[in-house]
Design a protein around this ligand. Structure first.
Ligand SMILES: [Zn+2]
Length: 364
């Protein structure tokens, strides 16, 4: 088993982590190494569930924060073991950005912060890069909800060392339009369901997506048709047409609110009869940056020179915390646009910056 040196500089620790391959489903080796290294820290209470490890301080502090990151990566593309960029300022390798730089920051601080000012739950989990049902954080919250309880959560996914609060939610729903089938030679005997799609598409095309402010951050929404199916044969008036719609909504709405909003938009535009089937839904998450506990975090991160917090528009695992009623933000080293890229790399100064931001928060 690889021995991880948690007291090494966080950039060196990042390379140690990259050098243990951990493609989703193959996290056992890295989980063993993380568990063994944390077991050396007498101030942490450790629980392992599958290839997820939870390490907690139990100092009886008034507040508890959760700091989480996934151990798995997408498949390796000749980018393990790690290397340095030519200028020496970055680390290249699978997971450098998504998200072993963030995990290195977490491990380094987990070992160092023996007496943090808030109790900390460090969560290292498996199966983030694959289907939802396997997600290690989801499994932990089902099997050990008490281990995931807290007042505020930070997910160390790549954000270039800037706070990205909460995340938009997403729903996909089918708008089902019905007609009456007939031979196209006697089309007046039928009702054309594809023609009924025209006003729905017109309403969607005319819809102006909102930008919604939540806890001081601006969440830009989107409501779009992403698919159309219909038609039986070249000589049949179709009796059904389905328009698939994707709505990315701000954390001011629940998924039920979001479904209702789509129905309302269509109804208000005078579209005829339709039914809806929700095929996919994922909650949004509030950033919680108006909460007192978050203000200290925002200040600490600002002291590292990071720009103002911004909204997270894509869906991330912070929504799992949102679903538990725990406000959450993303904050980690690395450019999210490089996540999963063959040339994935992470700037070393962002690793140190994140470590400094979290350390300042957790010790003040
Ligand atoms: Zn990730």
């Amino acid at each position: 088993m690889t021995f991880l040196d948690l007291h090494a500089p966080a950039n060196d620790l990042t390379r140690q982590l990259i050098d243990i391959p951990s493609v989703s489903g193959g996290e056992a080796a890295i989980a063993d190494a993380v568990e063994a290294a944390l077991a050396q820290c007498g101030h942490l209470e450790i629980t392992r569930d599958g290839d997820a490890i939870v390490a907690r301080t139990t100092l009886g502090r008034a507040e508890r924060v959760i700091i989480a990151g996934h151990l798995d990566t997408v498949p390796i593309k000749n980018n393990v073991p790690s290397s340095r960029t030519r200028d020496g300022l970055g680390i290249i390798g699978r997971g450098a950005t998504d998200m072993k730089g963030g995990v290195a920051v977490m491990l380094s601080l987990a070992a160092e912060l023996v007496e943090p000012t808030r109790d900390i739950t460090w969560v290292f989990y498996d199966h983030e890069e694959v289907e939802e049902s396997k997600n290690g954080l989801g499994r932990l919250s089902r099997r050990h909800p008490e281990l995931i309880a807290g007042d505020f959560a930070v997910l160390c996914e790549p954000t270039q060392a800037q706070i990205e609060g909460g995340c938009n939610g997403t729903i996909r729903m089918d708008i089902v339009l019905s007609g009456k089938a007939a031979h196209s030679a006697r089309s007046w005997k039928g009702v054309n369901a594809i023609h009924a799609a025209a006003p729905v598409l017109a309403a969607l095309a005319a819809y102006e997506p909102r930008t919604v402010e939540v806890d001081g951050l601006q969440y830009r929404e989107g409501l779009n048709a992403v698919g159309v199916t219909g038609g039986i044969a070249g000589n049949v008036i179709p009796d059904e047409c389905i328009i698939t719609v994707n709505y990315r909504f701000a954390p001011s709405l629940t998924t039920d609110d979001a479904v209702q909003h789509v129905r309302d938009v269509l109804a208000a535009s005078g579209v005829g009869e339709f039914s809806t089937v929700v095929t996919d839904r994922a909650d949004a998450c509030r950033p919680g940056l108006d909460a007192l506990i978050a203000l200290g975090f925002v200040d600490a991160v600002a002291s590292t020179g990071a720009p103002e917090p911004r909204a997270k528009l894509g869906w991330t695992d912070v929504a799992r915390f949102g679903a538990l009623g725990i406000p959450a933000v993303n904050y980690g080293p690395g450019d999210p646009e490089l996540a999963h890229a063959d040339l994935e790399w992470c700037a070393i100064n962002e690793i140190h910056q994140c470590r400094a931001g979290l350390a300042a928060w957790l010790t003040s």
